[in-house]
Design a protein. Structure first.
Length: 132
């Protein structure tokens, strides 16, 4: 999707899947946090994961565009910080659920981070190359 957007509208259009996907993921996560139906919560969390992935996928192409011959370093740094978040997330969610006896706060914080991710995509400009 981001390749097609970039060919048609320029490389800055690669941000669109994140700017659209992450807020939709946030809304689905909030829906999962507030529904009383376990089936609906499962479907909403599935949708959130899909739309969240839609926002993450173009990041690899942007690393190539920004990094040029240093794309490996840029991709590695991005992947390291993503894995750090992936490591801390279950710990913090578990602590939150244990302390507050509810999944709502944990899911609401996930939704908030999806919104932050969408806003951060607005700051990314693949036309700005890293010169080293």
């Amino acid at each position: 999707m981001s390749d097609r957007l970039a060919r048609r509208y320029g490389s800055r259009a690669r941000r669109l899947p994140g700017v659209v996907g992450f807020p939709v993921a946030a809304a689905a996560t909030l829906g999962a946090a507030t529904t009383s139906s376990p089936d609906a919560a499962a479907w909403l969390l599935t949708a959130a994961a899909g739309f969240g992935a839609m926002g993450v996928a173009p990041a690899w192409a942007v690393c190539l565009e920004i990094g040029g011959r240093h794309a490996g370093v840029i991709s590695g740094a991005m992947n390291m910080f993503g894995n750090l978040g992936g490591t801390l997330s279950p710990i913090l969610v578990g602590m939150s659920v244990k302390r507050f006896s509810s999944w709502s706060l944990a899911l609401e914080s996930v939704a908030a981070f999806y919104v932050v991710a969408a806003l951060l995509w607005l700051l990314v400009d693949p036309r700005e190359k890293i010169v080293a």
